[in-house]
Design a protein around this ligand. Structure first.
Ligand code: EPZ
Length: 418
């Protein structure tokens, strides 16, 4: 197990290029079994969630060829429709395999997905959407067994604009007979990128980003060579770190509209921000003022995946901030660790009241989920003195070379084996 040693109090300055979006690459990898022709995905981030998804594909019989930062998936000899529990328990996104494996083999067997413990995370909307397409589902001994003689298009209204359910239904409807309409669909940029990828394979999907998605079933899909969008959550993490510590950063690789809700809040905090195409430049003197309220919402609202990192920033902003987490039930587990650094935070259910303090002090803290781990790193960069951040396996799920990129902008951080 590794840990970070951080000496805080440095201003940050420099350039960071973000990798492809984890939350796009994962459904794209799941979609790669929809065709028996080779699928090339470029700029694949070297993160654990991606490695786990590639292991699942290999388990199904896909041949994976890695070339520099891209992967070629050849599923022409894929034959298995079962995804073993040892692989799904690590990765929430393994559930996306249901839609694509069902389309390929008309049956699928998977155990309940794991992933970051940030809430109940049911998959009822995934399963009810698949049932609407004609899938028979049996839940037995911790496994979900699905069978579909023929997938038939349907009109599906989602109770909640779930990202995962929207993507899974798109993957299952892609070759279904007739038209599928997904209403109250998620609007995240990653959904729009999945639509672009599927259409590049010869699919007929439209409406992504607008809340209603139409999928006209096609007979065949062909191979593709694709470069996904940049990771807006990774970009936001570096922007928040620099805003909190003070300094100047240029983040490359993310389009402004994909991160507008965060930029809006950082401007309210007193940062100066300039954007052009896929470049964002931020200046901060590190003495931020608080905003009154931040509520996480589905896109285009404030992203829940930025909530933890933003709370870390609020810890030393002048004044108090009320943060409301509307998507996940228990996404404040990192708060206890921030309080060990001198943060003044009161959590009640889905709300956290963060009273800004003069300064944080170094401490030994432990990550317990991906974004909470990133938040702890941001707090240790701001804190006076030395800190250590334990259990980096959570951070490695979604950030490639986190400490290297932070060091490149002036942070005093190193990874050591425990
Ligand atoms: C995706 O998770 C992301 N993961 C999450 O990012 C992100 O937090 C989330 O969307 C929201 O933006 C990936 O894309 C791989 P949801 P997902 O289904 O699909 C409820 C990160 O840090 N719900 O939109 O699991 C659910 O409980 C990760 O990168 C149901 O009730 O999110 C939650 O309250 C963490 N029934 C809400 O919807 C369902 O069947 C949003 O979940 C499905 C979801």
């Amino acid at each position: 197990m590794d840990k970070y040693i951080v000496n805080g109090g440095e201003k940050l300055s420099g350039k960071v290029r973000v990798h492809s979006a984890k939350n796009t690459v994962l459904p794209l990898l799941a979609a790669s079994v929809l065709t028996d022709e080779p699928v090339t995905i470029r700029q694949i981030p070297p993160i654990n969630d991606v490695e786990n998804m590639l292991r699942i594909l290999a388990e199904l019989g896909c041949v994976i060829t890695r070339q520099r930062d891209s992967a070629v998936i050849d599923s022409s000899n894929a034959a298995s429709h079962e995804i073993p529990a040892r692989l799904t328990k690590e990765l929430r996104s393994s559930v996306f395999m249901l839609g694509s494996v069902l389309t390929r083999f008309h049956r699928a067997k998977i155990s309940y997905p794991g992933g970051c413990d940030i809430g109940l995370r049911p998959i009822d909307l995934h399963l009810s959407g698949l049932q609407r397409l004609g899938v028979e589902i049996v839940e037995k001994d911790g496994y979900i067994e699905c069978e579909a003689g023929k997938l038939k298009g349907a009109d599906i209204l989602l109770d909640f604009p779930s990202v995962g359910a929207t993507e899974n239904i798109m993957l299952a409807a892609i070759k279904a007979e007739g038209m599928t309409v997904i209403r109250n669909a998620a609007k995240e940029p990653e959904i729009v990128d999945l639509q672009r990828f599927l259409n590049a394979m010869g699919a007929k999907v439209r409406g992504a980003g607008g809340g209603t998605i139409a999928v006209e079933g096609v007979k065949r899909l062909h191979g593709v060579d694709y470069t996904p969008i940049g990771d807006r959550i990774e970009a936001g993490t570096y922007l928040i770190a620099t805003a909190s510590c003070g300094g100047e950063i240029e983040v490359e690789g993310v389009f402004t509209e994909n991160i507008a809700a965060l930029l809006h809040k950082l401007r309210e905090n007193g940062c100066k921000i300039h954007t052009k195409n896929d470049r964002i430049v931020l200046w901060s003197d590190g003495r931020l003022k608080s905003v009154n309220l931040v509520e996480t919402m589905p896109f285009p609202g404030f992203p829940t995946d930025m909530q933890s990192q933003y709370v870390a920033l609020c810890c030393t902003a002048k004044g108090s901030t009320l943060v409301v987490e509307n998507l996940f039930e228990t996404r404040y587990r990192y708060v206890a660790e921030l309080k060990r650094m001198g943060a003044d935070i009161t959590v009640r259910g889905r709300s956290a009241l963060v009273r800004g303090v003069e300064k944080l002090h170094g401490a030994s803290v432990t990550a317990s989920d991906l974004r909470g781990g990133a938040a702890l790193v941001i707090a240790t960069l701001k804190a006076e003195g030395q800190s250590s951040v334990m259990d980096l396996s959570y951070i490695d799920r979604g950030y490639a070379d986190f400490e290297g990129k932070l060091r490149a902008i002036g942070a005093k951080i190193k990874r050591v084996r425990v």
